[in-house]
Design a protein around this ligand. Structure first.
Ligand SMILES: [Zn+2]
Length: 158
């Protein structure tokens, strides 16, 4: 069975909300609901970038980052943290970088990860004038939910 993806398939108002993060939870049939943020943390936290798929080759008309465990992050926008500027995502730029942080804005249903080069650490107290090497990837919540749904439905309909 295939589940062709269409953008905005999901009305996020129809989803249960995670009491801890306020983000949406995916529930398929009688399986326990899965929190989107926890699922992302499990699959992406501290993983390193293995590959970057450019928009033209992306399955969903978006660029994607493939982590070392094969997990895919669908990227709506890549932004250099400081100085803040949108950027083109290339493998040369972020190969070997790691997922240092996961940021979620549940009221906007937006999720982003911060990538840092090997050895760099998240700056808890940003200093002014400080160069932050990080790159923020704003992720497509629609596609993440689709991927999570796909994972869950395979548990009941192998
Ligand atoms: Zn949660």
């Amino acid at each position: 069975m295939s589940y062709a993806f269409r953008k905005h398939d999901y009305n996020l108002n129809n989803f249960e909300r995670c009491p801890q993060h306020g983000c949406v939870m995916m529930q398929v049939q009688d399986l326990p609901p899965v929190c989107l943020i926890e699922w992302l943390l499990e699959n992406a936290a501290e993983r390193t970038v293995r590959d970057v798929i450019p928009r033209e080759q992306g399955e969903y008309n978006l660029p994607a980052v493939i982590l070392d465990n094969g997990f895919m992050l669908p990227v709506e926008q890549a932004i250099r943290v400081r100085p803040a500027a949108p950027m083109e995502l290339t493998l040369e730029e972020v190969a070997g970088w790691y997922v240092a942080d996961l940021l979620s804005m549940p009221d906007k249903d937006a999720v982003a990860v911060e990538l840092l080069p090997p050895g760099a650490v998240v700056d808890e107290v940003p200093r002014t004038g400080h160069e932050d090497p990080g790159v923020l990837l704003q992720l497509s919540v629609d596609i993440l939910l689709y991927l999570l749904f796909d994972q869950e439905i395979r548990k009941v309909e192998p």
